[in-house]
Every structure is written in structure tokens, then in C-alpha cells.
Write a protein that binds this ligand. Structure first.
Ligand code: DGL
Length: 281
């Protein structure tokens, strides 16, 4: 069984791609609605909330847990992997992964776990735009991971601080349109009005308004689909680590929330129209 964690419902965009890709694997998804949105909160709080949710997923039998949230990955992943997990009671056979490295792998066409500049990517002089929450962007993790692989790539970052909350709370389309337009215009102004070659929607909620990003980004700019590239990388990882899967798995899907399951089940349909009901974690 694989665990997938998100602060709220955005991670369903990642979970859905994984469920469609791995039809016989059991998944358990945990959404931290007691604390969503994470994007503007202090880093220490995000680390604590994320650790508590990973413990919950481990205790339910998900030995491999994916942080299906850019903010949690950007702020908490290294702390959990390096400081917490090796000292924890879960140390044997458990692991936590994030979604930033696979996304950067997709954006740069440089494989998972490569940390030194690779030929021919070291000559890549493209511009990549990254849109995300306040904490994801201020963490600097996207430019850092991109430059490890492609040192000459220009990265233009843009905070969209209110967009994830507005999507999660089903705000009207006109409001979402204005927030995306504001973000894209600010990014272009920061880049001397030059269109970036690629755009990473570096927040799991943003694929829900990809049509609005498409509307305001120049036609030249290719938008990367984060759920698909994460599923590609996860497939590659699981092919090498089949010990995380049990032989008796049948594609069971369990959805949990730290919030109100009825309210969350209703809102979840925005992300996935026929998604099963949530239960209380
Ligand atoms: N799922 C989060 C992400 O990908 C965004 C929502 C939040 O701010 O909690 O960054």
C-alpha cells in the first residue's frame, strides 16, 4: 500500500494519475484539512503537520509515502528524510518521497536522482517559469533542483499566494481568472516580457485552472503536467523497489481527512468527479 499526503484536496490531481497508472496497487490518501492551506504558514508548522500525517500513513501500513504537495515537499521533505526518519521508530523499511524532484526531472529531461550537470543539458539555456505558494517559492527548492541539472537555465519564480485557497474553496471562475492573470502578468514583467519556454504549475491545485494559465501564458510556453511526470517517475522508482508492494493488493483506495469528511467529500468532486467518499482520519 502506498500513502499519498496533501494539505488538502490538491494532491488528488497527483493521486488520480497514480491510481490510473497503477490499477492493482492499494493507495491511502490523507488530506490535512485541519490545517489547510499550508502555503502561507510558518515553515516549522508545516514540518510538524507533515510529520504527523506521514506517521498516520505509516501507522496504517503505507511504508512508502509520497508528499503529493509542493509546499510540504519544499519545506519538510529533507527535514523528514534526514533528521526525523533515521531517528524514528519507522526507520526499518519506510521511506518518504516528494514531488519536486520528479517535476524538475520532467521539466529538464534529466533523470531522477541525477545531481550533477548532465551532457547535453548543461548547455540548456531555456527559461522555466515556476508558479507556487509563498512557502514553495521562498524555499528556493525549484531553482536549486533545476540548476543542479541545468546550470544555465534561467528560472523565473512567481508566488500565487491566494490561488490554492481560492480553488480549494470553490471561488467563482472570475475570481480565479483574475488571480491567474495577475500571477502570469507579474511573472512576465519579471522576465522583461519574454515568454518562458516552459511553465511548472508548482502547486497541486493549479492543474485545476490550467486552462486559465493557458489563456494568459504566451502560446510559445509549454505547460508541464505535474501529475503525469510524477506518475512517470514513481513508476520508475517502484520498478526498482517492488518491496513496497504486497502481492495481495487489489487496487483498494482509502481517502482520509483530518477535517469534516462530508464537507471534504463534497468539495473533492471539483478535483475528481467520481471520487469515493472521505472518512475521518
Ligand atoms: N497542495 C499545496 C501545494 O502543492 C497547496 C495548498 C496549500 O497551500 O496548502 O503547494
Amino acid at each position: 500500500m502506498i500513502g499519498v499526503f496533501d494539505s488538502g484536496l490538491g494532491g488528488l490531481t497527483v493521486l488520480r494519475a497514480l491510481v490510473e497508472r497503477f490499477k492493482t496497487v492499494d493507495f491511502v490518501y490523507l488530506a490535512d484539512h485541519a490545517h489547510v492551506p499550508y502555503g502561507n504558514q510558518p515553515s516549522e508548522d508545516i514540518v510538524g503537520y507533515t510529520r504527523a500525517c506521514v506517521e498516520e500513513l505509516f501507522s496504517r501500513g503505507a511504508k512508502l509515502t509520497l508528499l503529493g504537495c509542493n509546499t510540504a515537499t519544499a519545506v519538510a521533505l529533507r527535514r523528514l528524510q534526514q533528521d526525523w526518519l533515521p531517528q524514528s521508530r519507522w526507520v526499518a523499511g519506510h521511506n518518504v518521497l516528494g514531488i519536486v524532484a520528479p517535476t524538475v526531472e520532467g521539466a529538464t529531461q534529466t533523470p531522477w536522482a541525477v545531481t550533477s550537470p548532465q551532457y547535453p543539458q548543461k548547455y540548456n539555456t531555456d527559461t522555466i517559469a515556476v508558479f507556487g505558494t509563498t512557502r514553495t517559492i521562498t524555499s528556493g527548492v525549484y531553482p536549486e533542483e533545476i540548476r543542479k541539472r541545468c546550470p544555465k537555465v534561467t528560472v523565473v519564480q512567481q508566488i500565487c499566494s491566494e490561488l490554492a485557497g481560492a480553488i480549494e474553496n470553490k471561488r467563482p471562475e472570475a475570481e480565479l481568472d483574475a488571480l491567474v492573470r495577475e500571477g502570469v502578468e507579474a511573472m512576465l514583467a519579471n522576465n522583461g516580457e519574454m515568454p518562458p519556454h516552459r511553465a511548472i504549475l508548482g502547486c497541486t491545485h493549479f492543474p485545476l485552472v490550467e486552462h486559465l494559465f493557458r489563456k494568459y501564458l504566451p502560446p510559445f510556453t509549454r505547460i508541464l503536467s505535474q501529475p503525469e511526470v510524477v506518475a512517470d517517475s514513481f513508476e520508475d522508482y517502484l520498478a526498482r523497489r517492488s518491496n513496497y508492494l504486497n502481492r495481495d493488493e487489489r487496487g483498494k483506495l482509502t481517502l482520509l481527512t483530518t477535517g469534516d469528511p462530508d464537507d471534504v467529500s463534497e468539495k473533492a468532486r471539483v478535483f475528481w468527479p467520481d471520487v469515493p467518499a472521505f472518512a475521518k482520519a
